[in-house]
Structure formats: structure tokens, C-alpha cells
Design a protein around this ligand. Structure first.
Ligand SMILES: Nc1ncnc2c1ncn2[C@@H]1O[C@H](COP(=O)(O)OP(=O)(O)O)[C@@H](O)[C@H]1O
Ligand SMILES: [Mg+2]
Length: 363
């Protein structure tokens, strides 16, 4: 056995359920997080993320299920360690600092012990969030981003075994967010805390998480490394949660579907059933080499389909081109790196790489 196999996870959640007025908010949620790992609970508003987090914090009781910290039960439906004795740190969107306390006093708030030791920890943390020079200031003298970093220092000061963060960055200015996310992540990794971060933003989850748990309607529908969720989504909705998608509907005939882009494999799909072929805009390929004439089909790229440029826009890092497909008049979107702004009405040929599309049953 590897050494990690013998160490229980820092946080383990087993089969949590919670309903409100007969409506299921959290349904059979299980996962575990190791020390030093950041896990993101990702999903649309109302899918049960905060309720899950609140049960772990101990401010909400589950109807069923167990929560363990370092292999020790802290909560089931009979036994319950109170929130203040769980050694769990919390950070929320409205991370309100105490306005009448200085930055140092805010960070020291949850600390006990000799004041010299407390002061040392406060200085160490403020140094790490680059706010040492604000140690004697008051919250109203700081910017939103600085206040957020003080809140992080405050949450980490008592060295919690677990840190729960609920949409902690959503109150911040867009341009600040990336820097603060990166700084926060670096500090969390140094502290070795197990982190559960709740967010509805896929970009945030991709940037921060070692593991993403994708939630929908109270359930975890898929879990894994960001790369796996992006590149192997379980269904059409999971694919579209991370980016814009193109969808081509087709009917299965003998484990194949025929489309204007050629044939696609649809193994295990019943004859006569419908499937959605899903392609992200960056994987819809424009065939520049053969402008004006359709290429021969290849196993990798299939056949090219003719389209007319509907609209092209420069988006900063890439250009977004919308095509009106000649075969049925539908619109497909393609992104192209850098500046590519063909005139509306320009004919072009489009192809779909077979290793870059997903084939899902229509549900
Ligand atoms: N205290 C409550 N009373 C009634 N319904 C609640 C309560 N808390 C949450 N809910 C409901 O449970 C569902 C999940 O809520 P929540 O966990 O806050 O979702 P999220 O954080 O993913 O946006 C929602 O439908 C919400 O309205
Ligand atoms: Mg919430």
C-alpha cells in the first residue's frame, strides 16, 4: 500500500441528503479531500452547493449521511460536533471584516495564546498576503481586494484543518480577481489546508481546483481533474457548462450517424435513436486549403460542409466567426486564434475533428 492509502482523507463526506419543504436540495453527495488539496463544488445557482458547505460547517443539519475529518466522525444524524469545535475555517462572499478593529486585530480575532505568539502569526500572514504595511490600518482604509486578503488571512490564522469558501471572489472587481485567485491559491498550498471552494464560475474552478465536482439538481454529476471535465464531459449539459458548444443532431443507423460532415461513430446507441454531436467552437475547423471546393473525406476529419460567413467579431485573444450552414441554414460558431475577420457572405468549408467531438444520446 502507498503511504497515502493509509492516511484517511482530511475531509470525507458520505451520502449527504437534505431537503427543504419536501424538495430535495442535496441528494446523495459523497466526496473526500486530502490535506493540501483544493476541490471546487461547481454548478449553477440553486444546485445545492451552499447547502452542502453549510452541512460541513455544521450550521445546517443533514437528513442523512456522515461527515468525517481525519477519519473521525464529526457529524451524522445522531452525533454532532458543534461548528466552533470542528477546526473548520469559513470564508464567504460578504466576508465582512470587523470595522472597529484594525487589520491586525481582525486577523488575530480567532487566535488564542500569548499575545507575542499571536502577533507573530498575524505578521507572518499579512506578509504573505502583501499587506504588512497596512497592519495598523482599519478596514475602511483598504480597497476591496485588500479587504478580501485580510479576510483570507483571518480565516487561515488559526490554522484550520479545512477551509470552506463560498463564492469568495464574486464580490470583487473582474480585473482584480485573477490576481487574487492566484495569490490565494499559492497561500492555501503553502498552508496545506484542505479547501472546499464553492463557485458557479467554470473559469474560477478550472483555475483553482485540483478536483472539480460538477453539481446539478442536488447531485454530483461528474468529478475529476479540470482537464478531464473539460475534455470528457459526461453529457451535453456538462460540456456546455464549460464553454459555448455547437450541436448537430443526427439519427443512428447501425452504430453510425450520417451528417453533412460525414459519418460519426455512435457505438452502443440504438438504431433509429437520435444523438447530439457536440463540438466546442475552437474545434470546428475551417479548411483554408481547399476554399471553394469540397475535400475528399478522411477518417480523421470526415467530410467538409459548405457554409457562408454570417458574422465575425474580434474577441481579444481570438476571433469568433458565425457560419450559416448551407445544408440546413443552421448557425455554427468557430473560434480562430488572433485576428480573423472574413466578410459576411464569404463561402468557406468546415470540418469536425473526430477526436474533438462528443456524441451524446438525446435525453
Ligand atoms: N433554508 C432554506 N429553506 C428553504 N429552501 C432552501 C434553504 N436553503 C436552501 N434552500 C433551497 O435549496 C436549493 C439549493 O440551495 P443552495 O444550496 O443555496 O444552492 P447554491 O448554493 O448552489 O446556489 C435551492 O432550491 C434553495 O432555494
Ligand atoms: Mg450558494
Amino acid at each position: 500500500m502507498s503511504p497515502t492509502a493509509q492516511i484517511p482523507p482530511r475531509l470525507e463526506v458520505q451520502g449527504l441528503f437534505r431537503s427543504f419543504e419536501g424538495r430535495m436540495a442535496v441528494e446523495d453527495v459523497s466526496f473526500s479531500i486530502r490535506a493540501g488539496q483544493v476541490t471546487c463544488l461547481l454548478g449553477p445557482s440553486g444546485c445545492g452547493k451552499s447547502t452542502t458547505l453549510r452541512m460541513i460547517a455544521g450550521v445546517e443539519m443533514q437528513d442523512r449521511g456522515r461527515i468525517l475529518v481525519d477519519g473521525t466522525l464529526i457529524c451524522d444524524t445522531v452525533f454532532r460536533v458543534p461548528p466552533e469545535r470542528r477546526a473548520i475555517g469559513l470564508m464567504f462572499q460578504d466576508f465582512a471584516l470587523f470595522p472597529h478593529l484594525s487589520v491586525a486585530e481582525n486577523v488575530a480575532f480567532g487566535l488564542s495564546g500569548p499575545s507575542r505568539v499571536k502577533r507573530q502569526r498575524v505578521e507572518e500572514l499579512l506578509d504573505r498576503v502583501h499587506l504588512a504595511h497596512h497592519i495598523d490600518d482599519f478596514p475602511h482604509q483598504l480597497s476591496g481586494g485588500e479587504q478580501q486578503r485580510v479576510a483570507l488571512a483571518r480565516a487561515l490564522a488559526p490554522r484550520p484543518r479545512i477551509l470552506l469558501m463560498d463564492e469568495p471572489f464574486s464580490g470583487l472587481d473582474e480585473r482584480l480577481r485573477d490576481d487574487i485567485r492566484d495569490e490565494t491559491l499559492a497561500l492555501l498550498k503553502e498552508e496545506g489546508t484542505a479547501v472546499l471552494l464553492v463557485t458557479h464560475e467554470p473559469q474560477e474552478a478550472m483555475r483553482m481546483a485540483d478536483e472539480i465536482l460538477l453539481m446539478r439538481g442536488g447531485r454530483i454529476v461528474q468529478g475529476g481533474a479540470p482537464y478531464n471535465l473539460y475534455n470528457a464531459p459526461v453529457d451535453r449539459a456538462a460540456a456546455s457548462f464549460f464553454s459555448d458548444i455547437n450541436v448537430i443532431r443526427a439519427r443512428v443507423e447501425g452504430a453510425l450517424t450520417r451528417t453533412p460532415f460525414g459519418e460519426f461513430l455512435a457505438p452502443g446507441r440504438a438504431d433509429g435513436s437520435e444523438v447530439d454531436i457536440v463540438i466546442r467552437p475552437q474545434h470546428l475547423k475551417i479548411d483554408f486549403d481547399r476554399a471553394g471546393q469540397g475535400p475528399l473525406p478522411t477518417p480523421q476529419d470526415g467530410t467538409a460542409a459548405r457554409a457562408l460567413v454570417e458574422r465575425a467579431r474580434f474577441m481579444g485573444r481570438e476571433s469568433l466567426v458565425e457560419f450559416r450552414m448551407e445544408y440546413d441554414g443552421s448557425v455554427l460558431k468557430a473560434t480562430v486564434p488572433n485576428v480573423f475577420l472574413p466578410k459576411a457572405g464569404t463561402p468557406m468549408w468546415l470540418m469536425i475533428r473526430r477526436d474533438r467531438c462528443f456524441v451524446f444520446p438525446v435525453t
